[in-house]
Design a protein around this ligand. Structure first.
Ligand code: CP
Length: 347
């Protein structure tokens, strides 16, 4: 297994890595998971510090990174932007309240071995791409790796956990039908990072990928373009449907989740119109993953969700708590894949 290409690399999107590199991360994660189950200690990151900057709330991401650093013998240091000088891009600075990203990045890089960041939504006024730009700016100034814990475009750690879960359940990616579907939520404040990273990951692994969403809930066209290219390169397929049932038909992986459209509420188009988004959401309340919906999928289909899920809206209790649900395996796998990423880029 070739691991020397990872040293000090930023981990911002799977698009920065080759399929072989992503498979290496999954192999390392599988090995670390096996060792943990056997009770073996694996202090690969002793004396090392990971800084965690969270602009948004989190259950899984924060705790899996913190537990992961404990397992690896290092320390994860939680930083809330409100309790430091909030890292800000040039143009968003407020005297003695914020600190320019370039200065935060260079300071923390003198003290630890990696910086992990979560930022999307309100902290960047839902300006699509700005949170990702901030991560790239951190990466430009820091000489230690930057790890994306979810920005407005990508959630690569979630995508790795999704891949590991599919691999564990089906033993292969070949001929696996992977459906990423929009689902209804009463909240329109939903980023697109999870579905965008999930379809990138599935296309990269050569799965048969379907993206299902109502009209108006389109994902970033650049991401869809990357998926088409990845599918072609890796022997898979990528298609889009506006029909919920068509997306579910014969799927092995059913991944229904709410997200907000590129074209409305969130620029680049610039129509900052939450009411229009709300109207589209409200027209599509039937996009719920219930037992009837799961029956349209393959007999051995699994239900996936990054969590937290909106019970009674995106999915019924019966499905998320039922025998086909892989959502909690997926949540656990966050721990194992992130330990792999940290050990590869921070060692
Ligand atoms: N899936 C995920 O990122 O969960 P959290 O928002 O709880 O971190």
């Amino acid at each position: 297994m070739k691991t020397d290409t990872f040293h000090k690399r930023d981990f911002l999107t799977l698009l920065d890595f080759t399929r072989e590199e992503v498979e290496t991360i999954l192999d390392v994660a599988t090995e670390l998971k096996r060792k943990r189950l056997l009770g073996e200690k694996h202090h690969l990151l002793e004396d090392k510090t990971l800084f965690l900057i969270f602009y948004n709330q989190s259950l899984r991401t924060r705790n899996s990174f913190e537990a992961g650093m404990t397992h690896l013998g290092g320390h994860a240091h939680f930083l809330s932007p409100g309790s430091i000088y909030t890292p800000a891009l040039e143009g968003r600075e407020v005297a003695y309240s914020t600190e320019r990203v370039s200065d935060v990045a260079r300071t923390l890089a003198r003290m630890g071995e990696a910086i992990a960041i979560r930022c999307y939504g309100d902290p960047v006024d839902w300006q699509y791409g700005e949170a990702h730009q901030m991560m790239r700016e951190f990466a430009r100034w820091s000489d230690i790796p930057i790890i994306n814990m979810e920005c407005d475009k990508y959630h690569p750690c979630q995508a790795l956990a999704d891949l590991l879960t599919v691999k564990e359940k089906f033993g292969t990616f070949k001929n696996v039908k992977f459906t990423m579907s929009w689902a209804y939520s009463p909240s329109v404040h939903k980023p697109r990072a999870v579905p965008q990273s999930a379809i990138i990951a599935a296309s990269m692994m050569g799965m048969k990928v379907t993206l299902a969403h109502p009209k108006g809930m389109e994902l970033d066209p650049e991401v869809n373009k990357s998926c088409r290219e990845l599918a072609k390169q890796n022997g898979g397929s990528f298609k889009i449907t506006n029909k919920f049932e068509e997306g579910l038909k014969g799927a092995h992986v059913v991944y229904p989740k709410a997200w907000c459209a590129t074209s409305i509420y969130q620029p680049p188009v610039g129509k900052n119109d939450p009411d229009k988004t709300q109207a589209i959401f409200d027209r599509n309340k039937k996009w719920i993953c219930d037992a009837k919906a799961m029956k349209k999928a393959a007999n051995n289909a699994i239900y996936m969700h990054c969590l937290p899920c909106d019970r009674g809206f995106e999915v019924t209790d019966e499905v998320v708590d039922g025998p086909q649900s892989a959502a909690f395996d997926e949540a656990e796998n966050r721990l194992h894949v992130q330990k792999a990423v940290m050990s590869l880029v921070m060692k």
